[in-house]
Design a protein around this ligand. Sequence first.
Ligand SMILES: [Zn+2]
Length: 174
Amino acid sequence: MFIFIPLPSTLYTATAEGSVRKDVACERCGHTYPYHMSRIATGFHKVLFSSPQGPEKALAKARANLVKALETEHDEVPCPECGWHQAAHLAFARSRMYPELKKLAGAFLFLAKLALGVILFIIALGLVVLPDHALPKVSSLLQFALIVLAIASPGLILLGLRNLLALNYRPNRP
Ligand SMILES: [Zn+2]
């Protein structure tokens, strides 16, 4: 019999807010211009029962996430001189588009990974348990591969569709 005993755990959450001055050199006309970028970052820390250091650790994670966001992220601020949208700004804006499609694709790919894990486990179990310790036949390996591919393919199609939609965002096009 399998008894599930839920252990109490606490999830500590903290947010950190900050802004940074970004200096941009326009790719088209060379004009340099600054802008201020603000971000709010979240940090989580999960412990069994509770911990007095929980809030502190969550805050440290939030701060680390904030530093990373301020360093690596961009706002889309076109050049005030010539109106050009910078490539790095566009790439970042595109990466943030259609998050639902990205999530849905991720769910299919996760299921495919899970299926692959189960199949590899069954094969490994067969190697250990079966009297002849034989690998499965090539035909059944091919079938396993097809199953994994069938589960993954909606995810791959969704990802491709999302990328196509995001690429459609081209504000520099005349
Ligand atoms: Zn410019």
